[in-house]
Write a protein that binds this ligand. Structure first.
Ligand code: SAH
Length: 260
């Protein structure tokens, strides 16, 4: 498993954006051999490396059957390593879920891409307003920001809400709105939503989500099914009522009520 890890340097710094003025095509070696072993030079080259590793991740996603070009493009754009603790940076582009603090996890890339692909199925161009329940570290909200016009993302744990705010600051995504609150109540002010996506699994789908979904909209949420297992639930709100589909088994952290 270790051998398969992406080979970009472990020292990839979370808080070192590549300065735009330093973008060159200088090979890594010459930069390191030069007298200027400064942080900007390093971060410039590491930035290039992380892009290559991300493209490899996208190729794997495509090989796993993910097809939506807009989703693959978004997955290739968002720097996942900026959302995980520095000790886990080397695993940021592996297809694995990772701890993000307070007992919560960032979903593995395949699951993020799969759920967003389901949200976009049949959609023409970008989605309209999207509601995400469970901001966590903010990664999925960042991916969503590339496939939707507006993203409302709600988190019930203050510590993670603040962490997501800090993580996302770097990206300056004007269409992402982070909210602190109980996502089981949805966020009526932004309704109706073209799509609703939950990153936490409940016993059932809260009524508020169904109410706040636009007609023609789609909801994707991990939900406990009759067998007692969690599976991806896809619900379409049609002019004639709700259409529900239960897809593959998944393992998400639990959907909880209230804030903390
Ligand atoms: N999308 C996130 C995944 C976070 S894990 C990411 O990219 O990092 C799921 C998150 O759902 C956890 O942070 C958990 O605190 C949150 N959560 C659980 N129940 C919730 C609720 N009722 N309202 C809002 N967030 C909730």
């Amino acid at each position: 498993m270790m051998a398969q890890r992406p080979g970009f340097p472990l020292k990839l710094e979370k808080a070192s954006p590549a300065p735009r003025s330093l973008k060159t095509n200088a090979p890594v070696k010459s930069a390191l051999q030069s007298d200027v072993k400064s942080a900007p030079m390093l971060s410039q080259n590491l930035g290039m490396d992380s892009s290559a590793v991300r493209q490899r991740m996208v190729q794997k996603l495509a090989a796993q059957g993910l097809q939506d070009p807009m989703v693959l493009q978004a997955m290739g754009t968002v720097e996942r390593h900026r959302f995980v603790e520095s000790a886990l940076v080397a695993q940021a582009y592996e297809d694995t879920s990772l701890p993000i603090g307070l007992g919560q996890t960032i979903s593995k890339p395949n699951v993020v891409a799969r759920m967003i692909e389901l949200l976009r199925e049949g959609a023409d161009g970008k989605l309209g307003r999207v509601l995400e329940i469970g901001t966590g570290c903010g990664y999925q909200a960042a991916v969503l920001s590339h496939v939707a016009t507006e993203v409302y993302s709600i988190e019930r744990l203050k510590g993670l809400h603040e962490k997501a705010r800090a993580n996302l600051r770097h990206f300056r995504l004007a269409n992402v709105h982070l909210l602190f609150g109980d996502g089981m109540l949805g966020y009526p002010k932004g309704a109706p939503y073209a799509a609703i996506i939950s990153a936490a699994g409940g016993e059932s789908v809260p009524q508020a989500w169904l109410d706040q979904l636009a007609v023609g909209g789609r909801l994707v949420a991990p939900t406990v099914t009759a067998s007692g297992q969690q599976a991806l639930m896809v619900i379409d709100k049609t002019p004639h009522g709700f259409k529900q589909n239960v897809l593959e088994a998944v393992h998400f952290v639990p959907l909880k009520s209230g804030v903390s």
